[in-house]
Design a protein around this ligand. Structure first.
Ligand SMILES: [Zn+2]
Length: 329
């Protein structure tokens, strides 16, 4: 399969008409000849790259897109810094699972099984296994950037819609994946019908297109990430996508882990986009300096992100849903 281009003539969510919203989105990894264009549906507000990449999109993902996860030879090489960085990332996982518990009453640690859809290097799966989940699995369409051994975790390379497990999962998560898939509703429907247990729960997290950050930074907002983010959801459209897929939406939360203002720092200071720094060749000491500056900027950004959250403007949206809603014809 090779990369192709697909043009939206109408909104794939509601059939509404489209208008150009951002005509000149950059590709921060320079994997493609930017600019890309983001259209917005005048009916429901869904944002979409148009024309959009389709088919095998691996050419838009730098080989080290996810490789900082658990990479001890990365920019913060060595014992203490690596461990600090790891516990910082795990803080995000802890927060996400707490959010799920608060919204649905489901405690991942006490669940029989857990599946992370779009698991990347599988670190979150390993985290769940470490909590004591007896059956922890991750799937991803791309080969994992790092073939790290993951304790008690099974990682599978598969398209989401081709994945039909023999036993369905009690908890299924999809963190920062829905905005990357070509057919979000079809993917959610497949998960509801074939992957999430009947009494199970699905947690989906996407960047919040309806946030103040997006309005403030516009085309430079880090959550845009063209052309990898094919769709842009706000509270209304992510809820609608779940409902169209026949899921019962239990909760939609505008929230993110307080210590992780992930979109704010690189929106404001693109030079501190650590993911891009990792991807680019360069001297190790320079990367360490960038990382230190990033840590400093993150510390300064934490109260700002907190303020965004308490005013209902968090840059992340999390949906908790269960199978069993009525399918729309
Ligand atoms: Zn629409």
């Amino acid at each position: 399969m090779t990369a192709t281009i697909r043009t939206h003539l109408a909104c794939p969510l509601c059939g509404g008409g489209l208008r150009v919203r951002y005509p000149d989105l950059p590709d921060r990894f320079e994997t493609s000849v930017a600019p890309w264009r983001l259209d917005e549906c005048s009916g429901c507000g869904l944002g979409m790259i148009n024309p959009a990449p389709a088919g095998d999109q691996s050419c838009y993902y730098p080989s080290s897109y996810l490789s900082q996860e658990g990479d001890a030879s990365g920019p913060v090489a060595g014992g203490l810094l690596s461990r600090l960085e790891r516990s910082y990332r795990f803080d995000q996982y802890r927060y996400d699972f707490r959010l799920l518990a608060a919204a649905s009453g489901v405690d991942v640690a006490r669940s029989a099984s857990y599946l992370d859809v779009g698991c990347g290097s599988g670190e979150r799966v390993e985290y769940a296994a470490g909590l004591g989940v007896p059956h922890a699995v991750g799937i991803d369409r791309y080969r994992f950037a790092k073939q790290l051994p993951r304790a008690n975790a099974e990682l599978v390379t598969s398209e989401i819609v081709d994945f039909r497990p023999e036993e369905r999962f009690a908890v299924v998560s999809m963190f920062h994946v829905l905005e990357h898939v070509e057919e979000p509703v079809a993917v959610l429907r497949h998960l509801g019908e074939h992957v999430v247990a009947e009494d199970g729960v699905l947690i989906v997290q996407v960047p919040n297109y309806g946030s103040a950050e997006r309005r403030l930074f516009g085309r430079r907002w880090f959550g845009m990430d063209a052309p990898r983010h094919l769709f842009q959801f706000d509270e209304r459209t992510v809820r609608r996508a779940c409902e169209e897929a026949g899921l019962d939406v239990v909760a939609v939360r505008k929230a993110n882990a307080p210590l992780h203002p992930v979109t704010l720092v690189p929106s404001l200071l693109p030079a501190l986009d650590v993911q891009r720094i990792w991807v680019r060749p360069g001297r190790a000491w320079r990367k360490v300096i960038v990382q230190a500056l990033w840590a400093l900027a993150t510390a300064v950004a934490i109260p700002v992100a907190w303020l965004q959250q308490v005013t209902g403007n968090a840059s992340m949206l999390t949906v908790v849903a269960r199978p069993g809603g009525r399918l729309r014809p």
